[in-house]
Structure formats: C-alpha cells, structure tokens
Design a protein around this ligand. Structure first.
Ligand SMILES: Nc1nc2c(ncn2[C@@H]2O[C@H](COP(=O)(O)OP(=O)(O)OP(=O)(O)O)[C@@H](O)[C@H]2O)c(=O)[nH]1
Ligand SMILES: [Mg+2]
Length: 230
C-alpha cells in the first residue's frame, strides 16, 4: 500500500526548465501534500505543465532563485518545506529522508549533502570543480564562524520547518539564499543536520549560476551574515 503524502510543501523554483519538469513532475505524485512551482517568468510552457500536474503555480518577482524561494515559503501551508531544483539533479526518493528529522521533532533545517555518501553519481566539469571548491571553502568558513560541522552548506536540496523559514526573514534574491538560510539558522541556534542525498548533473539546459559574476556575492553575503545582529 502506498504511504500517505507527507505534510510537506514541496517548493520547486524554476526558470525555463520545462524539458526537465516534464520528466520530474510525474515522479512527484503522492510524495507531498502540497506541490508549489515558483516560476521565474519562463517562456517555455512551464505554466501549462504545472497545471497539468495539479501543482500550485506562482510567479516570482523576477529577481532570481532566492526571490522564488521566498514567494514559495509565503504560500506554503504545510509545517515543513522541502526545496528541490527543477533540473533533475535531485532524486525524489530522498525527499522523505530530508523531511523526516523535522517531522520527528529532531531538527529544524536538514541539508542534503553530496559529501556524505549519497553523491556517488557526482561528476564534474572544470567549472563545476571550481564551484565545488568554492562550496567547500564557504562550508569551512561557516563551520569556523558558527561552530558547525557541515559538509555541503550550499546544497539547494533541503528541508526546513516552515515557521523557522518565516522567522529568518530571508532577503537574498539570488543563489546566495542557501548561504543566508544556513547561517541565520545556525546563528539562531536552530538544529541543523545533514543527510546524504544524491546529486546528478542537470539533464537539460544551462546553469543560472555564474562563478565569476556571482562568486563575489557569496563572499559578501558570508561577511554580512557573520556580523548581522540576530
Ligand atoms: N523561480 C526562479 N527559479 C530560478 C531562477 N533562476 C534559477 N532558478 C531555478 O533554481 C534552481 C537552481 O538553479 P540552477 O541553474 O540549477 O543552479 P545550480 O543548481 O547551481 O546549477 P547546475 O549545476 O547547472 O544545476 C533551478 O531549478 C532553476 O531553474 C529564478 O530567477 N526564479
Ligand atoms: Mg541545478
């Protein structure tokens, strides 16, 4: 017998990911009570796809992925939010692993980690290796500042208590939103844990994260979050 859907709002930010969503959405049936697609003004028929799969469809304010996550959280009606990229880099089978520690009352923020044994499919081009090095450097800096022992602080595949997300008052519009979320949660004393999750290369399309253009933004965001009053 199939398990009941989890009391989870599954939030998927996307911009021009219709080719990926077409394969992803049928795999999400019955996992979460609420499925929210937050669209960054796609021009590829994303709206029709979301409607065909019974997902709530929201438009972000055109500022980036972080803006999209905030729009999703504002709409969420379940006690736990799970964030998943639309590009088929995450495995729907990992969603219960991310949500369960929060549903069991043992964690407030659960990060997927490619470094804890789940990322055996992980392959990288040169630029992806540069990004991986950046992620590892940032993770180390966060651990130094916050006394944590994280291994993959920037992973977008994660779950959080919806009430905590609203308390954090996230402001990042772009891909720095995960850095901001992780540091604010840690500095507030929230219980942040990691679980091993799979990570595949995106199936279709191109990454919206440019290391050269957005790299300095991450450093700036880190420094700001180090000193920001709680
Ligand atoms: N709502 C919304 N979603 C966005 C926006 N920009 C990117 N996204 C989505 O955010 C998710 C993560 O973006 P990616 O481009 O995959 O970034 P990444 O995971 O760092 O890069 P890859 O290594 O290529 O997977 C994807 O599902 C994107 O479609 C935006 O402006 N608005
Ligand atoms: Mg991606």
């Amino acid at each position: 017998m199939a398990a009941d859907p989890l009391p989870v709002s599954l939030i998927i930010p996307c911009r021009n990911e219709a080719a990926n969503l077409e394969a992803l959405l049928p795999r999400l049936t019955g996992i979460a009570r609420e499925l929210i697609i937050v669209d960054g003004h796609s021009t590829d028929g994303t709206h029709a796809l979301a409607a065909a799969h019974g997902a709530a469809y929201l438009l972000d304010n055109g500022r980036g992925k972080g803006d999209g996550l905030r729009v999703g959280v504002a709409h969420a009606s379940e006690p736990v939010c799970v964030f998943m990229d639309a590009d088929l880099s995450h495995d729907p089978a990992d969603i219960p692993k991310l949500a369960q520690p929060i549903l069991d009352g043992q964690a407030d923020l659960v990060l997927g980690s490619r470094m804890r044994g789940g990322g055996d499919e992980f392959v990288a081009t040169f630029f992806e290796l540069v990004r991986l090095a950046g992620n590892m450097g940032l993770t180390w800096l966060i651990n130094v500042r916050c006394g944590s022992r994280l291994s993959d602080s920037q992973n977008g595949f994660r779950a959080a208590r919806t009430s905590l997300l609203r308390e954090l008052k996230l402001t990042s519009d772009r891909h720095t939103v995960e850095l901001e979320m992780t540091m604010r949660a840690l500095r507030k004393g929230a219980r942040v844990v990691e679980v091993a999750t799979h990570e595949y290369p995106r199936r279709f399309g191109r990454s919206s994260l440019s290391v050269t253009r957005q790299g300095p933004l991450f450093l700036w965001c880190y420094l700001r979050e180090c000193v920001r009053p709680l």
